[in-house]
Each structure stands twice: as C-alpha cells, then as structure tokens.
Ligand binder design. Structure first.
Ligand SMILES: Cc1cc2nc3c(=O)[nH]c(=O)nc-3n(C[C@H](O)[C@H](O)[C@H](O)COP(=O)(O)O)c2cc1C
Length: 302
C-alpha cells in the first residue's frame, strides 16, 4: 500500500496545518466567549478542543498564533488578562452563526452582535454565554501553556468548569444528553463539517465488562476469510464464550442454515462461502452467537 510520508520539519507550516486538520477529524468545537478588562465581549470558535478530566472537570482549547503573520487571537489576549471564559457548544441550528463569528473582526467588535446570537448573563464569570447553545460551561482558566513562539504555535488554555448549563430540550428521560437531540457539529479539514445526526450516529458497546477472546484466538480460516472484514473479526473476538461443538451441530436445524446447507450440498466451496456470507450478515445484525455457530459450521465441513 503506498503511503505519503511527511517530515513536518521540511514542510511549510500551512501544509502541515492543513494535513493535521484533515487527519484529526471530526473535531469538537469550543465556541468561546471572553471579555477584555474593559468588559468588551468577544466570541470565537476553536476546534483544537476537547475534555481531559472529569474531577476536576477540565476542558482544553487552543487559540493558535496566526500562521500568516504570527499575531495572537483576541480570545487568548482576553483570557491572559481575565482568566475567565465560557465554552459554548454549537449545534447544527447555529453552525452558520458560529462560522460567521470566526471572522477576523477588529479588537472590540462583539461577535454576538455580528453573528446575531443572544448573550445571556453568566452566573460566576464575566463573559456572557450563548443563549442558543444547547450546552454552556462557565470556566475559570487555571493555566495557559504556550507551545512556541512561531506562527502556527498553539496555546493550551486549561479551563476548569465551574458551572454547566444544559438546555433541557436535549435531555432524554434519564437526564442524559441525547446525541440525536444535541444535533452536534464538528470540524473536519478544509471547509468540511460533520453533522452528528441520523445515520452518522451508531452504537458500539464498550468492551469494559467482558474480556473477549481476541482476534488472535479465531480459527485461521475465519481470520483469513476474504469475506469477513476487520470489524467483523473484532466483533467475533469480543465474545467471551464460544459456542460448544454440540451447539454448533444443533444449529444445522436453524431454517436459514438448513436451507443453505441443502441448496449448496453438492458444491462445498460455494457452501463455505455462503455460510461465511451468512455469518457476516448475522454479525452485522449483532447476532454474534449465531454468527459464531454458522462460521464454525463452515469450518466443520472440512
Ligand atoms: C469551526 C472553526 C474552528 C476554529 N478553530 C480554531 C482553533 O482551534 N484555533 C485557532 O487558533 N483558530 C481557530 N479558528 C479560527 C478562529 O475562530 C478565528 O481566527 C477567530 O477570528 C479568532 O477570533 P479572535 O481573534 O476574536 O479570538 C476556527 C474557526 C472555525 C470556523
């Protein structure tokens, strides 16, 4: 497989920047409101952002020095002066307003006004929050770590959440955030965004409680199957208990299995292939034990 290998030391910063942003995607977005010492309000989005700790609750984002002229962002200057920020979460309903707020307006210009968003007074910090945002975090800034003096250098703003505001409209009946109701957005490379909704969202239970056998324990003919993908193998490998020989044999009576065994009884190679296809389908329907039985049956054919 051909790979393009890049040494960032020999590559223009703008190109490294574009490649990093293309590859580290999708990225969540901190829509940060800050104030200067005179109380002027600023609002800007930052996708170098994530959560890093729950106790204490810590969010980190990074306003970088501009690659173009090595100047720093108003957000960073305000934070260094006041040590406060509100991190708002933008969703699809306000994605264009959030993008507009990223315009490089002059110092002192209030992007709440430019983007048509509504400032709502915070409880514990001076910067207002965005009323339309589904979630807002009032934060104090514990530390700012500069990552370098040149254009492109980030500044890690380490924020401790003092108060969270969650719009009840995005909560499910158990008080948890419903990912579909959140309708979140994330930044990708170039001008691309991701809308986290519909088919984009899928569930993959965490393998925290069980300890699966692992892909290395699968029989060779399953591991080397040209029909099963790496994801299929991982789902099989996440199983703790493999069906017994008796269970596998009993599965011959299952209508779809019996039908397949009968239909291809005179062509063993085709039969094995059809059983693997059936196994794959069962895996993708999350019927993992049934998939195991079908795949082991195919191995029993010799
Ligand atoms: C979705 C999105 C994400 C962005 N992420 C970052 C980022 O992580 N770091 C950064 O320095 N600039 C980022 N920008 C650009 C800033 O928002 C932009 O430079 C803004 O004008 C800075 O405003 P300020 O000088 O008022 O702080 C992003 C822009 C958009 C639209």
């Amino acid at each position: 497989m051909p790979y393009k290998t890049i040494d960032p030391q020999d590559t223009k910063t703008a190109e490294v920047h574009a490649l990093l942003l293309g590859a580290i995607a999708p990225r969540p977005i901190a829509f940060a409101s800050t104030t200067d010492l005179d109380g002027n309000v600023n609002l800007s989005p930052f996708s170098f952002f994530n959560v890093f700790s729950a106790k204490p609750p810590i969010l980190v984002f990074s306003p970088a020095r501009r690659v173009r002229d090595n100047t720093s962002k108003h957000t960073l200057e305000n934070i260094l002066a006041t040590k406060e920020v509100v991190i708002n979460i933008a969703n699809y309903d306000i994605v264009e307003q959030m993008s507009l707020a990223s315009t490089e307006y002059d110092r002192g210009i209030n992007e709440f006004i430019k983007s048509g968003l509504t400032p709502l007074a915070s409880v514990l910090v001076a910067p207002p929050r965005v009323q339309e945002a589904p979630v807002a975090f009032e934060c104090k800034v514990n530390d700012v770590i500069s990552l370098g003096p040149e254009g492109g250098a980030g500044n890690l703003v380490i924020c401790e959440v003092l108060l969270m505001h969650i719009n009840e409209a995005i909560l499910d009946e158990n008080g948890k955030i419903d990912p579909y109701k959140l309708d979140g957005v994330a930044r990708m490379g170039g001008d691309y965004y991701l809308r986290a909704n519909g088919d984009c969202i899928f569930e993959l239970p965490k393998p925290v409680k069980n300890r699966g056998v692992g892909v290395d324990q699968l029989p060779d003919y399953i591991r080397n199957s040209s029909i099963l993908s790496g994801n299929n193998l991982a789902r099989l490998g996440n199983t703790e208990v493999i069906p017994t020989a008796a269970e596998v044999e009993a599965f011959r009576q299952e209508p779809i299995v019996a039908y397949t065994l009968n239909k291809y009884k005179d062509d063993k190679a085709r039969l094995k292939q059809e059983l693997e296809i059936l196994g794959k389908k069962l895996l993708e329907d999350n019927q993992v034990q049934a998939a195991w039985k079908v795949l082991l049956l195919s191995g029993n054919l010799g």
